[in-house]
Design a protein around this ligand. Structure first.
Ligand code: OGA
Ligand code: MN
Length: 340
């Protein structure tokens, strides 16, 4: 597969952050609308690198939304507003990924928001649990904790992780054509304390799953990708297996039996989270912006000691996937499963 090099870029400069993916971009003037020729190069670069870091882009809320809309159709928080949540921001297209409550106060350890937010600290892709998954995410640091309190964002290169799968695992995936059943509630429960009063009584089985093939072609680059995340509650077989299985609306595919299914999920996640596929990006300045492609990288919030002490005010625009795989095996509804 040919790899773009800096010589193919005339408006922007790229500095690689890891051997196989992720780059820091310079040369973009965010003080005015980004010009088409410049955006075209950014778009080309994200296909190649999967993660782009723009230092001190210093977008405000409005320009953040305008820039994100260049990448495609934007997701919004309207379903959650209808459920009674408030958005601190003046745009429904801005998701609040901070450690703050809707009134701006810092989350308390053990609060619902704290426990729910912990789900972001295990590797995932955005919105794989929704009927239509996310393509690009654009995360902006509005306010950061003082340096030394952590709060990096880590990324994992799942295209390279696919190519370097151990042979038995690759064979298993290609033969069995697994589907991942993704659930927001599953990842929330997985990351929170077992006895969390907010999550212990929640049963992911009572919510619909987002279903996507595990092995996919990342359409923009043509490269294979492992589309995996800690949202995966269980695996299913795409092809019918036992004669006794009858598909229903709730269970359209036969499940991989336990513990085999969970063992495979954990093996895939462990493989793709090895240090050689991971880059940890430090947020250096307020105004830094990171754009990533959820259909070829996973991400997670890194460790930090800021939680109850300092605001980490992160705001995200989420672009619906525009590829033919956007809906996976899901019904095409606008219903969404939850934040973030
Ligand atoms: C997100 C996310 C991680 C972070 O915005 O989707 O997972 O470091 N963020 O805040
Ligand atoms: Mn996320």
């Amino acid at each position: 597969m040919p790899h773009a090099t800096n010589t193919e870029y005339h408006h922007i400069q790229l500095k690689k952050l890891a051997p196989t993916f992720a780059a820091e971009v310079t040369g973009v003037d965010f003080s005015k609308p980004v010009e088409k020729e410049v955006f075209d190069e950014i778009h080309r670069a994200i296909v190649d690198y999967g993660v782009l870091v723009f230092r001190k882009a210093s977008l405000d809320d409005a320009r953040h939304v305008t820039f994100a809309a260049l990448f495609g159709e934007l997701d919004d928080v309207k379903p959650y507003l209808a459920m009674g949540r408030k958005n601190r921001f003046p745009f429904d297209e801005l998701f609040d990924v901070s450690n703050q409550e809707d009134d701006g106060s810092l989350v308390k350890l053990g609060s619902k928001r704290h426990h729910m937010g912990l789900g972001n600290s295990i590797f995932h892709v955005d919105s794989s649990f929704n009927p239509r998954r996310a393509g690009y995410s654009l995360l902006r640091a509005h306010q950061l904790p003082p340096r030394g309190h952590g709060g990096n964002t880590d990324f994992a290169d799942t295209r390279t992780a696919f190519v370097e799968l151990p042979e038995d695992l690759r064979k298993d995936l290609l033969e069995n054509e697994y589907i991942g059943a993704h659930s927001l509630m599953h990842s929330r429960k997985k990351a929170a304390p077992k006895d969390s009063e907010w999550l212990r009584d929640i049963d992911p089985e009572k919510y619909p799953y987002g279903r996507h093939d595990i092995v996919q072609t990342h359409r923009p680059s043509g490269r294979p990708n492992l589309y995996i995340a800690n949202h995966m509650h269980h695996l299913e077989y795409k092809k019918p297996r036992s004669a006794s299985f009858t598909p229903t609306k709730e269970q359209p595919y036969e499940r991989v039996p336990q513990p085999q299914g969970t063992e495979l999920i954990e093996r895939l996640l462990a493989h793709a989270s090895q240090p050689r596929y991971v880059v940890s990006v430090e947020w250096e300045n307020e105004g830094d912006l990171i754009v990533w492609d959820n259909t070829c990288v996973m991400h997670k919030a890194g460790e930090g000691t800021f939680m109850e002490k300092y605001a980490r005010d992160m705001r995200r625009c989420t672009v619906h996937d525009g590829s033919i795989d956007a809906w996976g095996h899901n019904e095409r509804t606008t219903k969404r499963m939850g934040l973030p």
